[in-house]
Design a protein around this ligand. Structure first.
Ligand SMILES: Nc1nc2c(c(=O)[nH]1)N[C@H]1C(S)=C(S)[C@@H](COP(=O)(O)OP(=O)(O)OC[C@H]3O[C@@H](n4cnc5c(N)ncnc54)[C@H](O)[C@@H]3O)O[C@H]1N2
Ligand code: MOO
Ligand SMILES: [Mg+2]
Length: 404
């Protein structure tokens, strides 16, 4: 049957059913930030690999201090980067530098600030010391052989540090799909052009491209006119060159909204068209036998924005085996929404003194009002089959901005 509107939950399960494993490739460590790890990062040594001195000063044997000794003859010096020294006489000390291996027979480090050094002897000033102070003990953070970063994680600088520490000059990461983002519509001109009164600049695709970039996905930009034959010709070329095709516009009821029929004429199977939601209702999703995926998003800027954050992100996460951490917030004011649709409501986050995060709805002027996105931090997901949403009730929030 044509034009069955499916639910939000159904749309997600259809997308999950059409997820795929992205191939694995090697990437230089320096170029890996933002990539999705396809191997475990395993500690090749203990973390830290030896008892590491954490303050510049002297290393002593604590029992000597405990028995009342305060003055220690300096036997030797242990700079960082030299093999382990050994304290020959436990009544003596060795000068040690931060990053050096703790000398054998010593267990406690006293910093220079707590010493008076004269003629080869170090006098400890404070009356008490913590036994084993200022030592970062071998293996205390992680054991050799343990998984420090599991496969599937998106690499941030924290994971890059670990990779370098365990000697990975290159990393196995997921190769993201080759993506093209295509605007459609004869009213659109490019960013550098001066639009006539009846024209607008094709802004959507830049917003989508930049969003994907933050998710580690690069993409090319293209444009289709509202001409059925031309569309068919160009889309068939995109199908050869790309794995994931994202379109904006041309999927609704207009006389020139050719995209769904063009896609189907190119043997792309429609998995759904239209979701019981606002905005973003006319979203069309399909794939072909070669596994190419097509996200044909509604042209209204807020609609395409919502569909990218809600559905495209979900599909990518499913392909990558990533479970996103849901963010729940409470509603700052009452909202009424009569249509029996999921309502993605733009909202601004506010942190309350009691520690809760509240979302203040800023509805704007519908799905064409993308200026409103500038004043908001994300979307509330207000469920279907409910019309009154009360202050203090808690709902899922899809952020498109880091809240700070
Ligand atoms: N008779 C009906 N008309 C419409 C319906 C409907 O159910 N029945 N649905 C409305 C809804 S909801 C949406 S959303 C839009 C979606 O329409 P299309 O996907 O066909 O998109 P277009 O008609 O091509 O464009 C819509 C709107 O967005 C502007 N646009 C398009 N691309 C861009 C771009 N790259 N950058 C900026 N702005 C863009 C375009 O100029 C239009 O103003 O259909 C409703 N109509
Ligand atoms: O789905 Mo449309 O996005 O409501 O304007
Ligand atoms: Mg249209």
């Amino acid at each position: 049957m044509e034009n069955i509107f499916i639910t939000y939950e159904n749309a997600l399960s259809i997308l999950a059913a059409h997820s795929e494993d992205f191939p694995v490739e090697d990437r230089k460590l320096e170029d890996s930030i933002g990539g999705y790890l396809a191997e475990d990062l395993i500690a090749d040594r203990d973390f830290p690999p030896f008892d590491r001195v954490t303050m510049d000063g002297i290393a002593i044997s604590y029992p000597a201090f405990e028995k009342g000794q305060r003055e220690f003859a300096i036997e030797d010096i242990a700079p960082a980067g030299t093999p382990q020294k050994s304290l020959q006489d436990t009544q003596h000390c060795i000068e040690v530098m931060t990053g050096a291996i703790m000398p054998e027979n010593a267990d406690t480090v006293v910093r220079y600030e707590d010493l008076e050094i004269n003629q080869g002897k170090a006098r400890i000033v404070p009356p008490t010391l913590m036994p084993k102070q200022n030592v970062h003990f071998k293996g205390i953070d992680r054991d050799k052989g343990s998984i420090i970063v599991p496969a599937g994680v998106q690499l941030s600088s924290a994971e890059i540090n670990i990779a370098a520490a365990v000697g990975k000059a290159s990393l196995k990461v997921r190769r993201m799909p080759r993506v093209v983002i295509v605007s459609t519509g004869d009213e659109l001109v490019d960013v550098h052009q001066q639009p006539e009164l009846h024209q607008i600049r094709r802004s959507n695709i830049y917003g989508i491209q930049s969003t994907l970039k933050t998710w580690g996905v690069s993409s090319d930009l293209r444009h289709l006119p509202d001409d059925r034959d031309e569309m068919e010709l160009l889309v068939s070329k995109y199908l050869d060159a790309y794995d994931l095709l994202i379109f904006t516009g041309g999927v609704s009821k207009g006389k020139f909204d050719y995209l769904p029929e063009v896609l189907e004429s190119l043997n792309i199977e429609k998995h759904f068209h239209k979701i019981q939601q606002r905005p973003g209702k006319p979203f069309w999703f399909g794939s072909n036998k070669e596994g190419k995926k097509i996200f044909a998003l509604p042209g209204n800027p807020v609609s395409s924005f919502v569909c990218v954050y809600v559905y495209l992100k979900f599909w990518l996460n499913t392909c990558l085996g990533v479970t996103s951490k849901p963010l729940y917030v409470s509603l700052k004011r009452d909202v009424n929404f009569k249509p029996n649709l999921v309502y993605f409501l733009e909202a601004r986050l506010e942190s309350q003194p009691d520690g809760t995060l509240v979302a203040d709805p800023v509805s704007g002027n519908g799905s064409g009002d993308f200026a409103n996105l500038v004043n908001t931090d994300g979307f509330l997901v207000l469920p279907q089959n409910k019309t009154e949403f009360k202050t203090g009730e808690v709902y899922l929030f899809v952020p498109y901005r880091c809240y700070s």
